[in-house]
Design a protein around this ligand. Sequence first.
Ligand SMILES: C[S@@+](CC[C@H](N)C(=O)[O-])C[C@H]1O[C@@H](n2cnc3c(N)ncnc32)[C@H](O)[C@@H]1O
Length: 291
Amino acid sequence: MIRVFFFVRRYRDAILGNPECFKDKVVLDVGAGSGILSMWAAQAGAKRVIACEFTKMASHAKALVKANGLDRVVEVKESAVETLDLEKGEVDVIVSEWMGYFLLRESMLDSVIYARDNYLKEGGALFPNRAALFFAPASLHAERDLKLAEKADAMADWDAFMSETKHEFGVDVGVLRAPYEVEQDDYYLKQALWMEMRDDMLAAPPACVGIIDLDTCSLAESRGVADAPFKFPVPLDPGQDTGDSTSLQRGCFRSNVRERDAWHASRSPRGMIARPKMSQNEWKTTEIRPF
Ligand SMILES: C[S@@+](CC[C@H](N)C(=O)[O-])C[C@H]1O[C@@H](n2cnc3c(N)ncnc32)[C@H](O)[C@@H]1O
């Protein structure tokens, strides 16, 4: 997380900006990684911080905590949060950076829920305490055209190979052209892409398809959002496609509709909330399915 500065700042602001939530409290950092959230909790006045990290990263966190003079407050534990030796109610606050791609994919929300249900005291606080999932269509004509060109190159290579095989070796491999093309479609056109998005790439305002309230959510909710209908008023954009409105509409919804998520945590008087905000860095994960 340390390298994603905009994200780091949100956490820093939420923790250091709410010292009343941390002063003299026992804090659990679920999946502490480098331990940076734990260190902020200590700086915000916590009396004890348990930085729980499953991997060997824990030893680096330990070194960082010591180097920053916080080892009297922050205890780094190399352990799964599920096997910590803590009592129910022993923890006042849970902090965690648990979000995965598209919020829930490979996320560790289930471990946060475990920690909440097993260690957090009644009325304790979670940072963050809310998350939201958004979809928005995007106009990515250049990216689409690049992928189409790459696929066309792959097919041109195949055709050259096919012709050489036939003339040089007397074997016609033409029967494999169609399945080969299906493979190229999968590879070039149906893969998700990761990229930073800008506001001007959006073809319509985002639709919120799910909100997770961490104070109350169940394990089932951590596995995904149920049916969440959404609609986008996508304007036609004749300059950017064939000019034919029917195919253009198809283009908008089938070629250019992209799945994306935005996770934006910020400080508010009520703590840390998730809300959509349209600016480049807050579109965290981008999945693109060109066709
Ligand atoms: C996204 S990283 C958190 C990064 C951290 N906030 C930082 O600043 O470095 C999630 C971390 O949680 C750890 N983790 C995942 N599941 C865990 C579990 N059940 N118990 C403890 N740690 C876990 C992973 O090893 C990973 O280091």
